[in-house]
Design a protein around this ligand. Structure first.
Ligand code: AGP
Length: 611
């Protein structure tokens, strides 16, 4: 949610800032801007719309300078417009600021500063920071001291990059509840919301913690805590491949990421399961028999797609390990005064590791002495650093706003955790474990098969492109996967779609079914097949067109529906993961046929760091 980049060194900043922003555009893309210090003054360029608009502007306005900050925006306060774009500056251009997050008390500060004669030009909360900085600075406090004073005053969430006209050699960064990394180069340094923005330039990064401030010059990086004490920070070496954050010949990141799934699953399985061992290798995660004895309540909390993976986790843990689990969306969980104590295990799931609501759920749990296990993709992210234990899904950078590979890896992580708990608590025999392991081991090959035979999804996407309402239905795990399939279609194709437990249709939503309503029925759970089939007949009788997603060999379904997409036959635990790849591809091809912006769908951003 908003991308920040900053540079200070001996090279020309504009192109480095633009390069960084291009790697961060997935975080927000309704406007972009840069502010560059040319040694005597700060020059500003900003433009509504995608980064390409700013790039064109830069071609016509060659600004120069060796220090600067850049921003790509996902609007919170004020509509997308040139004037609301970041960076924001004080009136005499003394201070320039880029910000990710929300300053909650900005109205109050704005009123105070307006009374002092400050003139606000935008509707943003961020402009308050620029003027407040200017106010303290003009009172005679230095650059750094003014930053500390501003941080004392503002409430909310922020990652900030700030430059000052009087300090051409200094860039200051600060963070609270929003991600920020500092890249260490040779005679140059960087800041960024996310590693891919600076990975072309350096692999050595420092993660800034909450309430810390960094003073960055071309040859030095000093980090201070909120009491202004210098802190030592270990450097983190980024070892993943730059290619992982590039499209690599695919039309879209989403398609590339769908294609990466077999390898990701293979990798995580080979680390976590050994052929000759009757256990999952959870490497130090405290979920042994004795730890589990001390747990009497499990919550799984997440947002969006990660929440859907959490629902699968709940289903599996309850069904196999026989432990009750509450799954909740983080934005609800955090405000309902959940029952938490030292006997609670909270499992949070997050691709980015930075989602504001999920992070807050984790913090509430920790304040109440619960144990927190995080299932996370982004290494070194806030959630990963603050959790007691981390299960990294190792899916590599996910750039497409619509999550695909992270979901699959999160569900696999859930399955592994469930098997582990079940073995530790004696709810699963060795023979059952071996069967489950074999099933999981077959996943990469079966997902590959779906991806290679994607012709059916593409053909049906064209056929049903004019659907106005789409229902995804299923029972058991199929229902949970339906939710994810439906979300994908909404996100990238902007088609109205709903997921319903198939048996629930007749309690209301069936009223929506009319001629040509599209129903996508998931049928991978064989024990529930007949039940879902009855629900298919109910919607068919009311004029719906039905696509069934069924297991290979299920010939009987053909005559009952309009179209079938067959997926490789697999056990009940893994078949829905395979079927989900089909729904990813279907959403992708519908969106492609409709010509939407697949990787950067409207109104969305990859990492939701505001409430
Ligand atoms: C997925 O396609 C979405 N873009 C979104 O629902 C996402 O899963 C959600 O915002 C949670 O993000 P996280 O996994 O980074 O916490």
């Amino acid at each position: 949610m908003c991308g920040i980049v900053g540079y200070i060194g001996s090279k020309q900043a504009p192109s480095i800032l633009m390069e960084g922003l291009s790697k961060l555009e997935y975080r927000g893309y309704d406007s972009a801007g840069i502010a560059v210090h040319d040694g005597t003054k700060i020059n500003l360029l900003k433009a509504q719309g995608k980064l390409v608009n700013l790039a064109k502007m830069l071609e016509n306005n060659q600004i120069q300078g060796k220090a600067g900050i850049g921003h790509t925006r996902w609007a919170t306060h004020g509509a997308p417009s040139d004037i609301n774009s970041h960076p924001h500056m004080s009136e005499d251009r003394m201070i320039a600021v880029v910000h990710n997050g929300i300053i909650e008390n900005y109205m109050e500060i704005k009123e105070e500063l307006s009374a002092k004669g400050y003139r606000f030009v935008s509707e943003t909360d961020t402009e308050t920071v620029a003027h407040l900085m200017d106010y303290y600075y003009k009172q005679g406090h230095g650059f750094l001291e003014s930053v500390f004073m501003v941080l004392e005053r503002i409430e909310g969430a922020y990652a900030l990059g700030i430059i000052c006209k009087d300090y051409p050699d200094t860039l200051i960064a600060a963070r609270k509840n929003c991600p920020l990394v500092i890249g260490k180069g040779q005679g140059e340094n960087f800041i960024a919301s996310d590693i891919p923005a600076i990975l072309h330039r350096t692999r050595e990064v420092y993660f800034l913690n909450d309430n810390e401030v960094a003073v960055i010059k071309k040859d030095s990086i000093d980090i201070f805590d909120r009491d202004k004490n210098k802190v030592d920070r270990d450097i983190f070496h980024v070892n993943w491949d730059i290619d992982a954050a590039e499209k690599g010949g695919y039309d879209h990141f989403m398609l590339k990421e769908i294609n990466e799934q077999p390898k990701i699953v293979q990798d995580v399985l080979s680390i976590r399961m050994k052929e000759d061992e009757d256990e999952i290798n959870l490497e130090g995660i405290s979920l042994r028999k004795d730890d589990l004895k001390n747990i009497d309540r499990i919550y799984i909390v997440a947002c969006g797609t990660a929440y859907h993976a959490g629902l699968v986790g709940k289903y599996l843990i309850e069904r196999i390990a026989r432990i009750p689990v509450v799954a909740d969306v983080a934005s609800e969980f955090r405000y309902k005064d959940p029952i938490l104590d030292e006997r609670t295990l909270l499992i949070v799931v997050s691709q980015s590791g930075e989602t504001a609501d999920t992070l807050e759920a984790l913090r509430i749990a920790k304040r109440n002495k619960a144990r927190v296990l995080a299932i996370v993709n982004a290494v070194g992210s806030s959630i990963a650093r603050e959790a007691d234990d981390v299960f990294y899904i190792l899916a590599g950078p996910e750039i497409s706003v619509a999550s695909t590979k992270a979901f699959t890896a999160q569900v696999v992580a859930m399955e592994l955790i469930c098997l582990h708990i079940s073995m530790e608590t004696g709810k699963m025999t060795k023979a059952e474990f071996s069967a489950a392991r074999a099933e999981l081991n077959s996943l990469p090959g079966r997902i590959s098969e779906v991806i290679q035979k994607c012709g059916e999804e593409s053909k049906l996407a064209e056929k049903y492109i004019n659907s106005k309402n789409v229902f995804y239905i299923g029972r058991g795990l199929d229902y949970l996967i339906s939710m994810e399939g439906s979300l994908k279609l909404k996100e990238i194709a902007y088609l109205h779609s709903e997921a319903y437990a198939a048996g629930e249709l007749k309690h209301g939503p069936i009223a929506m079914i009319e001629d040509s309503t599209l129903v996508i029925a998931m049928l991978t759970q064989e024990e529930l097949f007949e039940k879902t089939l009855s629900n298919i007949k109910e919607v068919k009788a009311r004029g719906a067109k039905v696509i069934a997603i069924a297991l290979n060999g299920n010939d009987s379904i053909k005559s009952q529906v309009d179209d079938v997409i067959y997926v490789p036959r697999s056990g009940w635990m893994t078949a829905p993961i395979i079927a989900n790849v089909t729904t990813q591809l279907f959403a992708y091809y519908v969106a492609k046929a409709l010509g939407t912006d697949i990787d950067q769908p409207r109104n969305l951003a990859k990492s939701v760091t505001v409430e």
